[in-house]
Write a protein that binds this ligand. Structure first.
Ligand code: COA
Length: 126
């Protein structure tokens, strides 16, 4: 499995709004996962978006590798903070629960953002 940064334009209309960078995990030249980094209201904060791994390749560390590549790149940019929204979507095959997703992001140094009514937002400093 390889993870590399790819042009956002490669995803066409399926890229999230405000995407500024994308990473793809591939195996045998075939994409098995991706993640995007999007701009936000702040020049110093970027938001992780649309983390996804093909169902048949889950639970093998692909999402972890994608997130690490994304964080490594963001650290070399002017950003000082990353945010994300914990939100399950797509196929439920070997899908993580919201609690498991939170634990996954916590291991990657993300913490819940504030005490407001929206408890799905998390952040980490770079
Ligand atoms: C969420 C998702 C990206 C995780 O991808 P993945 O490649 O399977 O994740 P990883 O293999 O890197 O596992 C990450 C962590 O999740 C946990 N995990 C993975 N598979 C698990 C399973 N079957 N049961 C319980 N925990 C599991 C583990 O804590 C693991 O870390 P560890 O092995 O270091 O302890 C994938 O399930 C997916 O694409 N879901 C659909 C899209 C989605 O909902 N994205 C979330 C956006 S917030």
């Amino acid at each position: 499995m390889k993870v590399r940064r790819v042009p956002v334009a490669a995803y066409g209309a399926s890229a999230p709004d405000h995407a500024l960078a994308a990473w793809a995990a591939t195996e045998g030249g075939v994409e098995i996962g991706h993640v995007f980094l999007c701009s936000t209201y702040s020049a110093y904060t970027a938001q992780v978006d649309s983390l996804h791994v093909s169902p048949e390749h889950r639970s093998r560390g692909v999402a972890t590798a994608l997130m690490r590549a994304c964080v490594r790149w963001a650290r070399a940019q002017p950003y000082d903070t990353l945010t994300l929204r914990v939100q399950r979507y797509g196929s439920r095959h070997r899908q993580l629960s919201v609690a498991q997703l939170r634990a996954f992001y916590t291991k990657l140094s993300f913490a819940p953002l504030g005490e407001g009514s929206d408890k799905t937002l998390m952040y980490r400093y770079l």
